[in-house]
Ligand binder design. Structure first.
Ligand SMILES: Cc1ncc(COP(=O)(O)O)c(C=O)c1O
Length: 387
C-alpha cells in the first residue's frame, strides 16, 4: 500500500526539535522514568524491578497484567479483547487494514488526524468526510450531516473525541445517538479516544473537573461494534513509551487485528510495558496533574484571547489539551507559522496540515511552559503591529 506524506508529522519533523517556544503540542507535560518510578511507594524497589525487566521478546498481544490494567479502564471489557500497540498510530493502521476492504464505504469526522482517513483511502475505500462546523459556540458536530452521509453499505464511522485539532467533544447523548445511527446501518464505529481522561474544560475562572455525567462512555463500552483506540501518549503525557491499545467486544475482530500486528511490531517493547504498568497504577494522579496544568493554561489563554479579540476567533477546547482558533491574517497559514517559527522561535501548527484553507491554527494547553511561550508569541505580535 502506498500512502501520501503525513502533513502534520512532516511539519513537526521540520520544527518540533529546533523551535524553542512550543505552543502547538497535543501531548501533556511529560516526565522522566525516574519521576514515574518515584510515584511508587517504594521507589528503590520499583527501580530494581524495572532494571530487571527482561529484554527478551514480550507476548504478542501485550503483557497480560498490562492488558488487564487497560481492560479495567472500561466498565465491561475482557482483557482478551484488548491488544496493545506501539503508540496509537500502529493501532489505527492495524485496525483499518483488518476491518476494511477495497470499495468499502467509510465516513470520517473532519478535520482529522490524517491516518484516520488516509489509511482507509489508501486501502481503496471510498471515504466521505463529516465536517465539524465553526459556530458562535465554537466547533460543533451536526448529527444530521452525518446521517445524510451514511449509506446502507457504510462499513465504518471514524470518530475522534476529544477531537484533534478542534477540542470538540461528544457528550453522552450525542454518543448514544451515534451508536443508534451506526446500529441502524450495521456500521462499525472506530473511535480515536487518545485524548480521553482530561475531563471537560470548565469555563474561565473555574478549575477543570474530572469526567462528569456529561462525559461520554468509551465507545467500546457503549456499542457492541465500537472499537476504542487509547494510548498513554496524550492525556497521561507519556508519548516516549509508545504504548497504545485497541479494545472491542467483538472477539473475532480483535483476533484478526492481533494477526495483523504480527506483520508490524510483533510485540511491544518490554521496558515500555513495564513502565506503562506503573503509569496505569497511578493513572488518576497523572490525569489530575495534567488537568490542573490545562486549567491554569486555559485561564492564561482566556485572558490573551480576550485582550486580542479583534485578531482572533478563540475556540476554547471543550475537553482535551488542544484547540483550533482562527486568526485574521491574509497570508497563507503555513507561511505565517513558518515565519513565526523563524523570526520568533514560536511554534503554532497551521490548519493547512489538516487540509483547512481558512486561517486556523492549533494551540496546545498541556505544557507547563505555556504561559512563557505565549508571552513570546504576544511580544512578536506587538513587534509586527498585529495587535
Ligand atoms: C487523534 C490522534 N490519534 C493518534 C495519534 C497518534 O498517537 P501516538 O503518538 O501515540 O502514536 C495522534 C497523535 O498526535 C492523534 O492526535
Amino acid at each position: 500500500m502506498r500512502v501520501p506524506a503525513f502533513e502534520l508529522e512532516v511539519f513537526f519533523g521540520k520544527y518540533e526539535f529546533s523551535t524553542p517556544y512550543l505552543l502547538a503540542q497535543s501531548d501533556c507535560e511529560a516526565m522522566s522514568i525516574e519521576a514515574l518510578l518515584h510515584l511508587e511507594p517504594d521507589a528503590a524497589k520499583a527501580q530494581r524491578e524495572f532494571l530487571n525487566t527482561s529484554l527478551g521478546y514480550g507476548e504478542n498481544n501485550g503483557r497480560p497484567e498490562l492488558r488487564r490494567a487497560v481492560a479495567d479502564l472500561y466498565t465491561d471489557m475482557a482483557e482478551e479483547n484488548v491488544v496493545l500497540f506501539t503508540g496509537a498510530q500502529e493501532g489505527i493502521f492495524a485496525c483499518m487494514n483488518t476491518l476494511l476492504e477495497p470499495g468499502d464505504h467509510v465516513v470520517c469526522m473532519f478535520p482529522a488526524y490524517q491516518s484516520l482517513y488516509e489509511v482507509a483511502r489508501s486501502a481503496g475505500c471510498k471515504v466521505d468526510l463529516w465536517h465539524l462546523r465553526q459556530t458562535d459556540a465554537g466547533w460543533q458536530a451536526d448529527l444530521d450531516d452525518l446521517a445524510a452521509l451514511l449509506r446502507p453499505d457504510t462499513k465504518a464511522i471514524v470518530l475522534n473525541t476529544p477531537h484533534n485539532p478542534t477540542g470538540f467533544t461528544l457528550d453522552k447523548a450525542q454518543t448514544e445517538a451515534l451508536c443508534a445511527l451506526a446500529r441502524k446501518h450495521g456500521a462499525w464505529i472506530f473511535c480515536d479516544e487518545v485524548y480521553r481522561g482530561l475531563g471537560w474544560n470548565a469555563c474561565a475562572g473555574k478549575t477543570t473537573g474530572g469526567d462528569t455525567a456529561e462525559a461520554a462512555p468509551w465507545i467500546a463500552d457503549a456499542y457492541e461494534r465500537g472499537i476504542s483506540l487509547g494510548v498513554l501518549s496524550k492525556a497521561y503525557g507519556l508519548p516516549g513509551l509508545r504504548v497504545g491499545w485497541l479494545a472491542c467486544k467483538d472477539a473475532g475482530l480483535m483476533e484478526g487485528i492481533a494477526r495483523y500486528k504480527n506483520y508490524l511490531s510483533i510485540c511491544g517493547a518490554t521496558p515500555s510495558e513495564a513502565l506503562a504498568l506503573v503509569a496505569l497504577r497511578h493513572g488518576p494522579e497523572l490525569l489530575e496533574k495534567n488537568r490542573r496544568i490545562i486549567a491554569e493554561n486555559l485561564q492564561t489563554a482566556d485572558a490573551f484571547f480576550a485582550r486580542h479579540a479583534q485578531l482572533f476567533t478563540y475556540n476554547r477546547p471543550q475537553a482535551g489539551p488542544i484547540g483550533f482558533s482562527r486568526i485574521q491574517v491574509c497570508e497563507p497559514m503555513n507561511d505565517f507559522c513558518e515565519r513565526l517559527a523563524h523570526e520568533a522561535g514560536v511554534l503554532l501548527l497551521p490548519g493547512s496540515v489538516y487540509g483547512i484553507k481558512e486561517p486556523y491554527f492549533r494551540m496546545g494547553y498541556g505544557r507547563k511552559t505555556f504561559a512563557a511561550h505565549l508571552a513570546k508569541f504576544e511580544e512578536w505580535l506587538v513587534s509586527k503591529r498585529l495587535v
